[in-house]
Design a protein around this ligand. Sequence first.
Ligand code: ADP
Ligand code: ASP
Ligand code: MG
Length: 454
Amino acid sequence: MIVIKFGGTSVGETHRLRQAIEIVAERRERRPVVVVSALAGVTNQLVAATEAAAAGRFDEALELVTRIRERHEESGFALIGQKIDFYESFTAQLGRQIEQITSILRGVSLVGETSPRAKDLVVALGEKLSSVLFSYAMRTKTLTGVHVDSGDVIVTDDRFGEATPLMAETTAAARLTIVPESERSHIPVLGGFFGRSLSGATTTLGRGGSDYSAALIGAAIGAEEIQIWTDVDGMMTCDPRVIPAAKVLDLVTYDEAAELAYFGAKVLHPKTLWPAVEGQIPVRVLNTHNPASPGTLITRDGKPGAHGPRALAMRNGITVVQMTTTRMLEESGYLARLFDVFARHGVAVDLVTTSEVSVSATVDDSKKLDALVRDLTLLASVSVIRDRAVIAIVGRDLTREPEVAAALFRSLAGIPVSMMTLGSSGLNLSVVVDAARADEALRSIHRTLFEGGA
Ligand code: ADP
Ligand code: ASP
Ligand code: MG
């Protein structure tokens, strides 16, 4: 069995959906299981609808939901309209889902606020609709697509918006719902991004989480490969939207891919590699718009003999918290006390550097910052530097490559650096710069390291 996941742009327009179905048809011998994202833009519209409803603007929310409905109906008509019984059954399912969400939005607008639980129910609609549409559309290609509700497969905890999957329960559920369909030569189609908690509520895995769903399902059914079909030719040396000269990486390790995803390479959700590593399942990143290209293969071993920098990633919206005190000199356990404050406020720390009297840490959760800083001030004098970006150079043996740091400093000439870390694994060399100059820094580093520039 293989898992084939299509992202939003791969199913965003009718001709793309046809292409995606063709891709599944060509792989039918491998017993595919399909995971789809919401049609491009739909999740953002659902977030906007929830916010409009919570602000009491129900009409605006309703208009967004109506637009979503019309878009699915139009796509459905173009794909399956010639089979009128399919089309009617599809629109009936669509109608039921839309009605449920409309009444939730009406409730939200009456109360004047939304809960994380209600929000998850609304934003999961995109994948609920796209997966039903995809399963119907497959049948026109004589593929027996069967819709499987991800709520019956991905079992999670109750952390709405960023739920944690429960792997043992998910594996058991996938073996009951997906595997028997596949054994009957049916092709299961599931929506990514959402699951259901043990208490029965719809939960979501975090924005961009359909990649994670695909990997979870792959691990649960023991797939031989997880294919992530998107809108670029694979994992590249940098985001091609920022650096058009970025090159495709043919082979990368799980570690390299995870590091890139964690530091902002949107092509994969950061948690995607966890289940894949667990099951040692190869992950392939492929382009729906260019299916002939070989893409990127992510495995434990990656590219034989590769060393040095392999790619760059960038994450914006970073804040640096600098804590300075002479007490560090005298007291043991001082760092533990500082980081305990971060833990108590539930703020995750990414990069850390220390000197004799100061510690700097980056965080990307600025919502909880004020309360955090208030408590830290009891232990140290604190300064906060906002609007930073982390640029990460990811590769192998970076600690053993003196030329990498030299090239980095050369390419950053004139751009102030707030912080720098070289991970002990040698996988990651990161710099923190002013967000306003981050694109410029990224271009310059890419030119130096990957385009043979000076
Ligand atoms: P999907 O809708 O298929 O999930 P995403 O928009 O989430 O697609 O991810 C694909 C996008 O990721 C690409 O269009 C590209 O701009 C961006 N991206 C960022 N970093 C990288 C990288 N290193 N390699 C490839 N793409 C990247
Ligand atoms: N549709 C969801 C989002 O936009 C999940 C995904 O596309 O992976 O975040
Ligand atoms: Mg994505």
